[in-house]
Ligand binder design. Structure first.
Ligand code: GLA
Length: 413
């Protein structure tokens, strides 16, 4: 399908001299890109380190959806669409310096819009909101008023409802600054949308840094008190997307406790120590080592699908702490996650069943990707003992998670 050329507007530059230089190069790069194909606009300071924008497709109502491609100084390449803020691909090197795409996803917008995808609903790579994970029975009350949300996961509300932040079109603005390049995504969720109170103005910023990090910053304000729990739902397979299972990946989660669930994956309210359980990932352990153990919690999740309570000690709420590290022995790839959030959902891809076929034509089978979703605890609006997820009109919701990608010979190198 022929795609249109596009121009990208306001870029945020930190240094005036850089602006002139990079604008000049940007113009050259635009014509180079045009000569090469009719699809792309290059922005920024050159082919190896910059931003390219192209058209991804159109929504049924005709609105255009775009893709932005970012490349850092070390060749790491990130592709993001403003539909759902979805991370489409992420190419990082293995120990031998060979790049592979480690993020599960698709090359075509149509796949994300298809009935098959919506029914499977894996939320590949998407921004999740207003509320990551489950709210029991789709019900909560706030300031004496009851609210009913969509029950899109059996009897529960999951990941923001029928049309969560993963299925809306965000307004996108690419930028470059001293940290790297990235995309600011903005979406206003109207009062009552998906049953939630308040008009919520949301901003999510992805920054790909030259330090091989993907930094995700979340910000929101509301005009009425409302629950909020934003997260990013990327699935990784550090061997490369479409490879076999992630069971050999070694995982460390910096969590002394987790929140056990009932058989519909709603927390019971207990905060249970991980000691002596298959949920103890305080030392690096292969994901598959205990996943088949006879354990009630594992049987409820069909594997791991649980909220881990991070060791934040006395860290301030805006301080990044280590949440998790994952290392894959064959490729040597590692991802290290730090966050300002109090918890992380570890989901071992238990609902993947081979029905969806990925970018390289390979089926995404059972446990062929894992998600580590930084968050507040599930069902917090109904659980007074959990840290509050209520955003008040005078406050600003702020959250940051950083994923750092590397490759090394051993977990501890
Ligand atoms: C989260 C949930 C899982 C599942 C996935 C998406 O991780 O906890 O139960 O819904 O999202 O499939």
């Amino acid at each position: 399908m022929p795609l249109m050329n596009t121009q990208v507007g306001a870029l945020r530059h930190s240094a005036g001299s850089m602006l002139l230089l990079s604008t000049g190069i940007a113009l050259l790069m635009v014509s180079a890109a045009q000569a090469q194909s009719e699809t792309q606009t290059t922005i920024g300071n050159g082919a190896e380190n910059g931003v390219e924008k192209s058209v991804f497709g159109h929504l049924p109502d005709g609105r255009q959806v775009d893709v932005y491609q970012f490349t850092n100084a070390n060749g790491i390449e990130l592709r993001v669409t403003n539909y759902g803020g979805i991370i489409l691909s992420l190419k990082t090197p293995n120990v031998a310096g060979e790049f592979d795409d480690i993020a599960l996803g698709f090359d075509a917008l149509d796949v994300y819009l298809s009935d098959a995808y919506r029914q499977a609903n894996p939320y590949f790579g998407a921004i999740i909101g207003r509320y990551g994970n489950r709210i029991a029975g789709g019900q909560f009350s706030l300031d004496g008023k009851s609210y009913s949300l969509a029950t899109n996961d059996g009897s529960n509300h999951l990941h923001g409802g029928d049309q969560g932040f993963d299925k809306v079109l965000w307004q996108a603005e690419p930028f470059e600054n001293e940290a790297g390049s990235g995309l600011v995504l903005r979406y206003t969720s109207e009062d009552g949308e998906e049953g939630y109170p308040g008009r919520l103005e949301t901003e999510v910023t992805y920054t790909l840094t030259d330090n091989d990090e993907l930094m995700v910053d979340y910000q929101a304000v509301t005009d009425k008190a409302t629950p909020i729990n934003l997260t990013q739902h990327s699935y990784f397979n550090l061997k490369g997307e479409g490879s076999d299972t992630i069971l050999d990946h070694q995982l460390m989660i910096n969590a002394p406790a987790f929140t056990p669930v009932n058989d519909t994956l709603i927390p019971t309210g207990e905060i249970r120590a991980v000691d002596g359980t298959p949920f103890d990932f305080t030392q690096p352990t292969p994901i598959g080592e205990r996943i088949e153990q006879d354990n009630e919690q594992l049987s409820f999740g069909g594997g791991y699908d649980h909220n881990f309570v991070l060791a934040r000690d006395n860290a301030a709420s805006d301080e990044l702490v280590l949440a998790a590290k994952v290392w894959e022995p064959q490729s040597g790839r590692m991802v290290e996650i730090t966050t300002t959030e109090p918890a992380i959902q570890f989901y071992s891809g238990n609902f993947l069943n081979g029905d969806l076929t990925g970018k390289q034509g390979k089926a995404y089978g059972h446990r062929s990707g894992f998600a580590l979703e930084t968050q507040h605890y599930p069902d917090s609006p109904n659980q007074d003992a959990f840290p509050s997820t209520i955003l008040e009109p005078d406050d600003t919701y702020l959250s940051r998670t950083v994923y750092r990608f590397s490759a090394q010979e051993s977990f501890d190198e």
